[in-house]
Design a protein around this ligand. Structure first.
Ligand SMILES: [Zn+2]
Length: 119
């Protein structure tokens, strides 16, 4: 009961989209993404890219939220290849994190309260 109440108060002041831990991880990934070079495949909606780098190349599909390295799909956080692609098309990686990692989902977790019991 105390934990729920404490976290509910903490969340009142948050205006960011992601929780702090996820935001830190995403910043680290974004810095590492500068070593990768996305190349547009020429699709009509500008969503498919081949991302070149070491040790191998990967394919990113922004529309399907997929990368062939599978990290984006498994963690819900865009991988270095996806972040490299986002910087190419001027999109924010925060908008492509899984909804479970957002402050809004965290708020829903602590949206309820436990009724006190006398005695
Ligand atoms: Zn990837």
């Amino acid at each position: 009961m105390r934990t729920i109440a404490k976290n509910k108060v903490k969340l009142q002041n948050h205006t960011r989209k992601l929780i702090h831990v996820i935001k830190s991880k995403l910043e680290k990934v974004r810095k590492e993404s500068k070593h990768w070079k996305p190349i547009l495949t020429g699709d009509n909606v500008y969503e498919k890219f081949e991302v070149h780098g070491h040790p191998t190349n990967h394919v990113v599909d922004i529309g399907k939220r997929l990368c062939t390295c599978q990290i984006w799909m498994l963690t819900g956080i865009p991988c270095v290849h996806a972040c490299a692609t986002f910087s190419r098309v001027n999109k924010q990686p925060e908008d492509f994190c899984h909804r479970w990692l957002t402050i809004e989902s965290y708020r829903k977790t602590y949206n309820h309260h436990i009724n006190p019991i006398p005695g």
